[in-house]
Design a protein. Structure first.
Length: 383
């Protein structure tokens, strides 16, 4: 109003009051510890980073060659459609190119789904302990989160897993979107083909269901099934995948969505121009071709995951079942102390307080050497 008011220092609260309703109540994504500071303190080679579910073996070497090839065209915009990569993905998954949307990481796609399909007063359903971005996307859109209780911690086969019956029961006429992660982060839990098909069959026609399958490549349980084969019969499904985890390209930020051509076309309306950069497009095409490398890195992850789970359990810790490249581990009332003591030894895990799982830490399955270093540090702390 007055000149004095306009000269005042405008702090976060001042700007928040002017933000859209959803953003007013939003808290930024928590990426975990300040790894940049830890790298400086311990040195990259001494730090054991097991907090972010990255692929510890890195991408196929073909990625680096593809990026080198791009270095002479950095002044050019990339293909705005990312058509070559989309064609490769279409061939890989046996779907039409029109069913694929590229994102700057699948995080971007999960946010855009909320932005496009949910607004103020709409409801979005997801599970407690579901991936953190589901809540962010809902809040950012100004929509109402219907958080469904997870399966109980003492559930016989899938503790803390998604309760698919509960999710169905939470759907109302106001529901626009349902987010599920299969397998889920941070729990590592999954659901099988029968449960998946029964779930999809019961979804009301007005609801869009998003299956976040960031870890699908790593799942090897005989009953695990991707929602991909259901796409042809159910046009109200969307699946998100990523190059950040199994393919080892977290630094390049590429994810993709698979869905009905109409859904993809509407999402295209909000996609930012050139949202996936040229080196990233080229590297993703290259790693898709190197199936041998992918299979080898998946095999190593499976072996190390099984071995690490046994080693941790032998130390009296509860390890939750996982079909991913991480383990949710219960450390009990001293979790924060254990975590800090591990950091002092240069071993970084992911705290789970933000998920309401303060007694647990999430442990990315590292290389064998990294896992050995984790266990040695742990023995110093709890031994
Ligand atoms: C890591 C992760 C993602 C996001 O990965 P991007 O790097 O943004 O592609 C999405 N969903 C889950 C469940 C994840 O764990």
């Amino acid at each position: 109003m007055s000149a004095i008011a306009s000269d005042a220092v405008r702090d976060e609260a001042w700007f928040a009051a002017r933000a859209s309703r959803g953003v007013q109540g939003l808290r930024a994504y928590d990426p975990g510890h300040d790894l940049v500071a830890f790298r400086r303190k311990f040195g990259v080679d001494n730090l054991v980073e097991l907090g972010s579910n990255e692929n510890p073996y890195g991408p196929s070497p073909a990625a680096r060659m593809a990026i080198l090839d791009q270095l002479h065209s950095l002044h050019r915009y990339p293909d705005p459609l990312g058509l070559d990569l989309k064609r490769a993905l279409a061939a890989r998954h046996g779907v039409e190119v029109e069913r694929i949307l590229l994102g700057n990481g699948s995080h971007e796609l999960l946010m855009q789904l909320g932005q496009v399909f949910a607004g103020e007063g709409d409801e979005v359903v997801f599970s407690r302990y579901g991936f953190a971005v589901f809540a962010l996307a809902t809040q950012c859109a100004g929509a109402i989160a219907r958080v469904v209780a997870a399966l109980p911690s003492d559930h016989a086969s899938m503790p803390l897993g998604h309760d698919l019956d509960g999710i169905i029961a939470a759907i109302t006429p106001a529901t626009k979107l349902v987010y599920v992660a299969n397998p889920n982060n941070p729990t590592g839990t999954w659901f099988g083909r029968e449960a998946l098909e029964a779930f999809v069959a019961r979804i009301p026609a007005h609801v869009i269901v998003v299956f976040d399958e960031a870890y699908a490549e790593m799942a090897d349980a005989p009953d695990y099934a991707s929602a991909l084969p259901l796409l042809a019969r159910h046009s109200n499904l969307a699946i998100t995948r990523t190059f950040s985890k199994a393919y080892g390209l977290a630094g390049l930020r590429v994810g993709y969505l698979l869905g009905a051509p109409g859904l993809v076309a509407v999402m295209e309306r909000v996609r930012e121009s050139f949202n996936v950069n040229g080196p990233a497009l080229a590297a993703c095409e290259a790693v898709l071709d190197d199936t041998e490398y992918l299979q080898e890195s998946l095999r190593r992850n499976r072996d190390e995951r099984a071995w690490l789970a046994v080693e941790l359990a032998q130390r009296g810790l509860r390890v939750f079942p996982s079909q991913t490249n991480f383990l949710l581990v219960e450390f009990g009332p001293n979790t924060a102390l254990v975590e800090a003591a591990l950091i002092a030894q240069g071993v970084v895990l992911r705290p789970m307080g933000g998920y309401g799982l303060g007694d647990c830490l999430r442990v990315t399955v590292g290389t064998h050497d990294e896992n050995v270093r984790l266990l040695a540090a742990l023995d110093q702390v709890i031994g």
